[in-house]
Structures are given as structure tokens and as C-alpha cells.
Design a protein around this ligand. Structure first.
Ligand code: 0CM
Ligand code: SF4
Length: 315
């Protein structure tokens, strides 16, 4: 008989890769197949080191700026999107580029352009410094968009034309925090124009809902994801707010058995950029110390698939 302590493991579904991540990785793989290595990628294609390392092994070279791409080399832009200046510079240099921006991020880009063309000033709800925020700000001329990170920021706004505002949001925010910020915006600026809800994507909101369903049943929760992955960090917060201790881990060896002391029911999920093989790795690591009883808790089914860019569709 096994002497291992029992551990009930509730695994969230949906978890892990979303349609935008699948598409972005496929774009890099196909570019390497079609054009040959090396294919340059501007910024981590998605925020996950294991995805990045796997693509490096296939011939991708990751750089932060376009100026680090040599003349004549093909380049892919990451799923998070880029300011308009980036494809413009690539064109000016005659670089062959592919855009792996998630279509749900591109949708926000076009809304931003349209709103500014209609003369509105945009209040953009997002996290300062995140590449998606930098990319979306880069769709419109300087001064036409203002960042709002918190409810307190809303109170401090002093727009020139308070009746001519619109709001948009980053795709990977906390559903609950964003609802509060939008409510504050609508209270202060009753004529503000905005999307029906917000621009948080289906994958972000489904993964948060799954965590909220599981966390109250758990003593603790592990979220697989990278420290620079916004959607993964939001899952840690969602679990904590739902009453579970929560921790972000990048892979199996990050599991801290000391931290798990006294835990009899553990929740497990993965951010939109974390591959499923890491979920298996974490479960295997847990099985070194516990008699793990796995159960999948499904709160939604996802069937979203995004088309590849036209240049790659024939492949
Ligand atoms: O935006 P975030 O930091 O969550 O990016 P990610 O690469 O972890 O997840 C997928 C995406 C996008 C856009
Ligand atoms: Fe697109 Fe959402 Fe996935 Fe980001 S998390 S790549 S916005 S589907």
C-alpha cells in the first residue's frame, strides 16, 4: 500500500493555450518551414519561456527591437501587437514581416483608430509598460489616448472635452477590476462611448471564471505561467480573491512542497501562454510526494480558432 499523503487535485478547464497563442506559434513554425531558419521574432512570441525555447530550437531568433533584425531577414511580430511605427519601419527597410498579433488585439487597434478618426479622446484601461498597451497606444497619434490603471486614476482625470470620450481595454485584465473601473468611468463621464462590455478576450474571462469556480473548493491553487504574463498573473489574483492561497509556477521544479504543507485539495490551472506539457510536468512533480487524485472541472468549452495570415494560408 502507498504511504503517500492523499492530494485531491482539481484541474481547471478551460486552461492553457488560447486561439491567439496557437495561431502565433503556428505562424513562427510555418515561417521557419517556408522561409528557412533563421526567422527573427520581435519580442517573445507569447510570454512563455518554454514556447520561446522550443521555437529557438527550430530556428527562431528572438529580439526586442526591429533594429536588432539584420537586413534581408524575415521577422514575425508577437501576439501582443506592435505600434504602427514597427511595420512602417519594416517596410521602409524592405524587411519581409509576418504579423502574429492576436485578431482580438487587432480588433481593439482598429476601434482605437476609428474612435480617434471620429474625434474622440480614448481612455485606455490597461497596465503601464505592457507590450499590448504600447502597441495599442501606437495605433493613434500621441496625446489622443490616456492610460487608466485604477479607479483612483479615474478620479484624477481632467479631460479637455469630457463629453467626447471613449474607452477601450487591454485584453488580459481582471474581469472584476475592469468592471469597477468602467463603472467609475461611466459615473464620471455619463456620455463616454465604449464597447458593450469591455475588450477582455474570451480566453482571459473563461480562465478567470474557471478559477473562481474551483478556488473556493481548494486550500491552495497553482497557476502555471510566466511572471511577465498578464493573463496568468490575473489568475493568481482571482484565486486569492476567491479564498485560496495561490502561487505562480513556471514548471514542475518550481512546486514548493513546504508551501503545500497542510493542503488536501489543490487547484491547478495554466495561463493562455502555458503549454499543456507543463501541466503534466507539474502533476508528475506532485505525484512524487502525494497520492494524487485528479479531477477536471470544466466550466466552459472553447472552440475558437483564428485564421492564419493570408501569406501562410496555402500552407
Ligand atoms: O498579454 P499577456 O501578458 O497575458 O500575454 P501572454 O503571452 O502571456 O498570453 C497570450 C497573449 C496575448 C496577446
Ligand atoms: Fe488573443 Fe486573448 Fe489569447 Fe491574448 S489571451 S492571444 S487576446 S485570445
Amino acid at each position: 500500500m502507498s504511504s503517500l499523503t492523499k492530494l485531491k487535485l482539481l484541474i481547471a478547464a478551460p486552461r492553457g493555450f488560447c486561439a491567439g497563442v496557437d495561431r502565433a506559434i503556428r505562424i513562427v513554425e510555418l515561417a521557419i518551414e517556408r522561409l528557412g531558419a533563421p526567422v527573427y521574432v520581435r519580442h517573445e512570441i507569447v510570454h512563455n519561456r518554454f514556447v520561446v525555447d522550443a521555437l529557438k530550437a527550430k530556428g527562431a531568433v528572438f529580439v526586442e527591437e526591429l533594429e536588432d533584425v539584420p537586413d534581408g531577414a524575415p521577422v514575425v511580430f508577437s501576439a501582443h501587437g506592435v505600434p504602427k511605427s514597427v511595420p512602417a519601419e519594416a517596410e521602409a527597410r524592405g524587411l519581409d514581416y509576418l504579423d502574429a498579433t492576436c485578431p482580438l488585439v487587432s480588433k481593439v487597434h482598429s476601434q482605437a483608430e476609428r474612435l480617434v478618426a471620429a474625434g474622440r479622446h480614448i481612455l485606455f484601461v490597461g497596465h503601464r509598460g505592457h507590450p499590448e498597451v504600447i502597441g495599442t497606444f501606437g495605433q493613434v497619434p500621441k496625446g489622443r489616448m490616456t492610460l487608466v490603471e485604477t479607479v483612483a486614476d479615474v478620479a484624477a482625470l481632467a479631460p479637455e472635452e469630457p463629453d467626447n470620450l471613449a474607452f477601450l481595454t487591454q485584453t488580459t485584465l481582471s474581469v472584476d477590476d475592469t468592471a469597477e473601473i468602467i463603472a467609475a468611468l461611466k459615473r464620471r463621464f455619463p456620455n463616454i462611448h465604449g464597447p458593450r462590455g469591455e475588450d477582455i478576450c474570451y480566453a482571459t474571462s473563461n480562465r478567470q471564471s474557471a478559477v473562481k469556480a474551483i478556488a473556493p473548493l481548494c486550500d491552495a491553487m497553482l497557476v502555471i505561467g510566466a511572471p511577465n504574463s498578464s493573463n496568468s498573473l490575473r489568475l493568481v489574483e482571482a484565486a486569492e480573491r476567491a479564498g485560496a492561497r495561490a502561487m505562480l509556477v513556471q514548471r514542475g521544479r518550481d512546486v514548493d512542497f513546504g508551501w503545500l504543507e497542510g493542503v488536501s485539495t489543490l487547484g491547478l490551472t495554466a495561463g493562455a501562454s502555458a503549454p499543456e506539457l507543463l501541466v503534466r510536468e507539474v502533476v508528475d512533480r506532485l505525484a512524487e510526494r502525494y497520492a494524487v487524485d485528479e479531477e477536471q472541472v470544466e466550466t466552459a468549452r472553447e472552440q475558437m480558432v483564428f485564421k492564419l495570415p493570408r501569406e501562410l494560408q496555402a500552407a
